[in-house]
Design a protein around this ligand. Structure first.
Ligand SMILES: NC(=O)c1ccc[n+]([C@@H]2O[C@H](COP(=O)([O-])OP(=O)(O)OC[C@H]3O[C@@H](n4cnc5c(N)ncnc54)[C@H](OP(=O)(O)O)[C@@H]3O)[C@@H](O)[C@H]2O)c1
Length: 301
């Protein structure tokens, strides 16, 4: 894979994030092969992917679609939810991948290890994406945020391979950078996401109400998450995290909260569960996080 060359990219899970990236890469001239269930694959083959996006415009992009990867590709983007990951990976047999980079866009910190165990240590390049994008129907994507930013990492992946993929993604649309420290990149996202996702979901309130009516709890979660991040080798700046929450529009909801409202399974274990497991491993006290995660589990999530 070299910069400026037409890539063949598989996208496992063409939903909010996967669908957006698939359509953007296809529009930029790359060959895109979406991997999905029968119905979704059929819809994508028939109608392509329709995107509505402020920054990237409204457009439809043709993609290929199948239920399983059957040929080598340059990169395979993994964009299913954590709750669907194990099942979905059966669509990507390690032997079919060739020399491809495996690039998960999932939130959380534990999936890279599982992917490395399945696909090998030197080809998994985790990405963090900051965007709000929703699959409103198969092949219909609404990208609502005025931005889409990707941090591509991968401590065990040769830098030139990361640079080439980042170049393709950045040229297609999202602002993309390669970061040298995978742990720092994943924990930076986790540190922002976990308190916001857990509390908006626990209280069924948008961020504006959480940060005013449940300020003390929010502060505790932010501090506990920062302490765990620091213990894991990630960044820790609780004051900055709180300042970022304060800058968001008050009606902001987390995707975990939207999943709860829609009765979908939550990525609770990948976010809250992983945070508590890391805390336990490093002996970091996280009483407020443990209580909130426990309450969400007791509520049936
Ligand atoms: N959406 C965002 O704005 C956003 C932002 C940052 C990070 N993330 C993270 O990105 C990841 C993906 O989230 P998302 O919101 O894009 O999810 P999503 O919209 O629910 O999309 C997931 C996609 O996975 C597909 N899928 C589910 N099970 C599958 C299986 N067994 N085989 C193949 N495909 C399967 C779904 O197919 P169908 O279409 O057929 O249902 C759907 O297209 C999550 O970890 C999330 O936390 C999301």
């Amino acid at each position: 894979m070299t910069a400026n060359h037409r890539l063949t990219v598989a996208v496992l899970g063409p939903g909010g994030i996967g669908g957006l990236l698939a359509a953007l890469l296809s529009r930029a001239g790359h060959r895109v092969l979406c991997l999905a269930g029968d119905e979704t694959a059929k819809a994508l083959r028939t109608t392509g992917i329709q995107v509505r996006s402020g920054p990237f415009g409204d457009f439809t992009a043709d993609v290929e679609a199948d239920t399983e990867l059957r040929e080598p590709v340059d990169a395979c983007l993994i964009a299913v939810k954590a709750t669907a990951l194990d099942t979905a990976l059966t669509r990507v047999p390690p032997a079919a991948l060739g020399d491809a980079l495996v690039v998960p866009f999932l939130n959380g910190v534990e999936h890279p290890q599982a992917l490395r165990a399945r696909y090998g240590p030197d080809r998994v390049a985790p990405a963090v994406i900051r965007a709000e994008s929703t699959r409103v129907a198969p092949g219909e994507i609404v990208h609502a945020s005025p931005f889409a930013e990707i941090d591509l990492t991968g401590d065990t992946v040769p830098r030139d391979r990361l640079d080439a993929l980042a170049e393709a993604l950045g040229t297609a649309g999202p602002t993309t950078r390669v970061l040298p420290d995978e742990t720092a990149a994943l924990w930076a996202k986790m540190s922002f996401l976990a308190p916001f996702a857990l509390l908006t979901t626990r209280h069924a309130l948008p961020l504006g109400d959480v940060r005013t009516r449940h300020r003390e709890e929010l502060t505790s979660l932010v501090e506990e998450t920062a302490a765990v991040s620091r213990a894991c080798g990630g960044p820790a700046d609780p004051a900055q995290a709180l300042a970022r929450y304060d800058a968001f529009p008050p009606a902001t909801k987390s995707s975990m909260q939207r999943d709860a409202e829609a009765g979908r399974p939550l990525e609770l274990d990948a976010i809250g569960g992983a945070l508590l497991r890391a805390a336990e491993r490093h002996g970091v006290p996280t009483p407020v996080t443990a209580r909130v995660v426990g309450e969400l589990r007791e509520a049936g999530h």
